[in-house]
Design a protein around this ligand. Structure first.
Ligand code: FES
Ligand code: FES
Length: 187
């Protein structure tokens, strides 16, 4: 943010802030082009929630520690509390809202979380789902150790890690079986 030389002056401060408050950001949110205005210092997590209404992304520590705010930026998991909204301009952002197949139908990873009771209060769940989405794209056939290592980037205060591991391994197995079926049907 630009500093004012007369911080004690209400007018000068208002002017300085006003100069910084009207940046336009255009991004692709869950496949849809969205535009909004932000302050230069505004975090991506706040922009998603307050400007674009994507409140599925939660904010916990705001210091990059808890993982609750995790989204995908151009397909890669990132802490939205460690990014400025301006840095997301022109990029593809995926949030938990984009995981469901339709308004009534959850995606397979979400279904697996529900099946395994892999959430308790659910506050951290959106971020964990996004990390798992990224992880399963990169590691389609993980073992338990790899899943636990990935989850170590998330602090769940309800401490329900074991069902989350089971859900991730389950969905990985399902996807593997599905792709084998697909391959077989093309032979
Ligand atoms: S709110 Fe971003 S890591 Fe905790
Ligand atoms: S489910 Fe409650 S904090 Fe993780």
């Amino acid at each position: 943010m630009r500093k004012t030389q007369h911080a004690g002056s209400g007018d000068a401060l208002r002017f300085a802030l006003a100069e910084d408050t009207s940046c336009a950001v255009t991004l692709e949110l869950n496949g849809v082009t969205r535009r909004g205005a932000c302050e230069t210092r505004e975090l991506l997590s706040d922009f998603l929630r307050h400007e674009l209404g994507a409140t599925g992304t939660h904010v916990g520590c705001e210091h990059g520690v808890c993982g609750a705010c995790t989204v995908l930026v151009d397909g890669v998991a990132a802490r939205s509390c460690l990014m400025l909204a301006l840095q997301a301009d022109g990029r593809r952002i995926d949030t938990v809202e984009g995981l469901s197949v339709s308004a009534q139908t959850l995606g397979d990873l979400q279904e697996a979380f529900a099946r395994h009771h892999a959430l308790q209060c659910g506050f951290c769940t959106a971020g964990i789902l996004m990390s798992c989405t990224d992880f399963l794209q990169r590691v389609p056939n993980p073992d338990e150790h790899a899943v636990r290592e990935m989850l170590s980037g998330h602090l769940c205060r309800c401490t329900g890690y074991t069902p989350i591991v089971a859900a991730v391994l389950d969905v990985a197995k399902q996807r593997q079986a599905h792709s084998r079926e697909e391959e077989a049907s093309h032979v």
